[in-house]
Design a protein around this ligand. Structure first.
Ligand code: SF4
Ligand code: SF4
Ligand code: SF4
Length: 388
C-alpha cells in the first residue's frame, strides 16, 4: 500500500475512533444508567443481581452469535475462494508443539489472573475502601466506585482532572503507578489484567471447540500499528479535549455489572462484543491495540521481568514465534543478544512453553529464572499424544 494511502486510511480510522469516544453519549443507543450505582454484599447475594447481569448475558449472546456466523462465513469462503482464503494463516495456538502437562508457571499465572479479576470486581466490597490506595493500572476501574476511588487507569485517561487532586493524592498516583509499572512492566498484562483473562478464556474455548483461529502475519501487525497509536493518543489526548475514554472502554461494560451495579453502556458493550469475538479468533486481539498496554510497554524495557535467550541453544525452529500471542518475531530472529524482551511482551510464557531446546528461552524476574524451556516437557507431550 502506498504511504499516502496508508496515512489517509489511518487518519480516517483515528478520527472515527476519536469521534466515537467523544460523542458516544449522543448516540441514541447510549444509555448510562447511574441511578443505581451502588453495590453491597447483600445486593450481589440477592435475586436483583441476576437482573443487573442481563446486559452481560446480551453481550455474551451477541458475541456467540457473531462467532458462529463468522465460522460459517469462513467455511463458505474457504469453499468458494481457496486462492484468497488460503492466504490467511490459521492459529492452532500451541505452535507446532503437542499438548503438554501444565507447568507450575502457567498454573500460577492463571490462578493469579483469576484472583486479581475477582479482587478488581469484588475486592472493595470484601476488603473495604483501603483497596483504593492500590493504584495499579488496569486494576483500578473507577466505575466500580465503591471499590477503587484513586484509580490510576481513570487518571491516566483524565490527566486534566489530576491537577484538581490534593498533592498527596497526586504523589500517590504517580508513585504507585510508575512504581508498579517499573517493577512489573507488561507482566501486569500477563498476570493481572482482567481483560487479558477474558481474552485468554475465549482463546481456551476456541481451542476446546477445535475451531481454527487466525494467526496475524507481519503485514497485519504493521497495518494495525497505527490504530494502536491512535488509541494511545485518544487515551491520553481526549482528556485534554474534554473527552472521555471511559465512554467506549470495553472493560466498563463488564466489571461494574459483575460488581452488581445497574449500568448499561451500549457503546462499550458493543465494543466488548468485538473484543470477545476478536479474542476468540486471535488470542489477545484487543491487547494488540490496547492503549494502556502500549503505555505500560514504554516502561517494560526497564522492568524486572525479562525474556532471555541462549542463542547458542536455539535451533531456529520458529516455534516461539508461532506460539507468541503478540506476534513478537525478535524472540525467534535474534541471534546475538541474550535479552529479547520486547515492549509488546506480556510475559505469558507461551514462547518458553513451546521452545523445544533446553534453556534456549527463559523468563526471569530480577535476574532469577522463573520459567525455562525444556526438551523433556515437549517430548512428554509427544509421548502423551502417541499413547492416545
Ligand atoms: S494490553 Fe490492555 S487489555 Fe491487554 S492485558 Fe494489557 S492492559 Fe489488559
Ligand atoms: S515473547 Fe513470549 S512471553 Fe512475551 S508475549 Fe510472546 S510468547 Fe508471551
Ligand atoms: S528460541 Fe526455541 S522455539 Fe525459538 S526458534 Fe530458538 S529453539 Fe525454536
Amino acid at each position: 500500500m502506498k504511504p499516502i494511502k496508508k496515512i489517509i486510511i489511518t487518519s480516517v480510522i483515528c478520527i472515527g475512533i476519536a469521534l466515537l469516544a467523544y460523542f458516544a453519549w449522543l448516540f441514541p443507543f447510549y444509555e448510562f444508567t447511574s441511578n443505581d450505582f451502588t453495590t453491597s454484599i447483600e445486593k450481589i447475594m440477592s435475586a436483583e443481581y441476576i437482573k443487573t447481569l442481563v446486559p452481560l448475558f446480551i453481550i455474551i449472546s451477541l458475541a456467540t452469535a457473531g462467532i458462529i456466523i463468522t465460522v460459517f462465513i469462513r467455511k463458505f469462503l474457504a469453499k468458494k475462494d481457496t486462492s484468497r482464503f488460503s492466504k490467511v494463516r490459521t492459529d492452532r495456538s500451541r505452535g507446532n508443539s503437542p499438548k503438554q502437562k501444565p507447568s507450575i508457571f502457567m498454573v500460577l499465572r492463571w490462578i493469579i489472573m483469576i484472583i486479581f479479576a475477582f479482587m478488581m470486581i469484588w475486592g472493595g466490597l470484601i476488603f473495604g475502601l483501603k483497596m483504593a490506595s492500590l493504584s495499579i493500572p488496569v486494576l483500578s476501574c473507577p466505575w466500580n466506585t465503591e471499590q477503587m476511588t484513586e484509580s490510576s487507569c481513570y487518571y491516566l485517561s483524565h490527566l486534566n482532572e489530576l491537577v484538581e487532586l490534593p498533592w498527596q493524592n497526586i504523589l500517590l498516583f504517580l508513585g504507585s503507578t510508575i512504581g508498579f509499572t517499573l517493577l512489573l512492566g507488561r507482566a501486569i498484562c500477563g498476570f493481572l489484567c482482567p481483560m487479558g483473562l477474558i481474552q485468554d478464556i475465549t482463546d481456551k474455548i476456541r481451542q476446546k471447540t477445535k475451531i481454527e483461529g487466525i494467526k496475524m502475519n507481519d503485514k497485519m501487525y504493521e497495518a494495525i500499528a497505527p490504530v494502536k497509536w491512535c488509541m494511545v493518543l485518544i487515551f491520553v489526548g481526549l482528556c485534554f479535549a474534554g473527552g472521555n475514554f471511559c465512554n467506549f472502554c470495553p472493560a466498563v461494560a463488564v466489571s461494574p455489572i459483575l460488581a452488581g451495579m445497574s449500568t448499561s453502556l451500549y457503546v462499550s458493550g458493543f465494543l466488548m462484543v468485538l473484543v470477545l469475538m476478536g479474542g476468540f479468533f486471535k488470542r489477545r486481539a484487543f491487547c494488540t491495540i490496547c492503549p494502556l498496554g502500549t503505555i505500560m510497554g514504554f516502561f517494560h524495557k526497564i522492568s524486572l521481568f525479562r525474556v532471555k535467550k541462549d542463542c547458542q541453544s536455539c535451533t531456529e525452529c520458529g516455534a516461539c514465534y508461532e506460539a507468541c500471542p503478540m506476534g513478537i518475531k525478535m524472540i525467534y530472529t535474534e541471534r546475538e543478544k541474550a535479552d529479547v524482551t520486547h515492549a509488546n511482551c506480556i510475559m505469558c510464557g507461551e514462547c518458553v512453553k513451546c521452545c523445544p531446546e533446553d534453556n534456549a528461552l527463559s523468563l526471569t524476574f530480577a535476574g532469577k529464572k522463573i520459567y525455562t524451556s525444556s526438551r523433556r516437557k515437549i517430548m512428554s507431550g509427544y509421548e502423551q499424544e502417541g499413547k492416545k
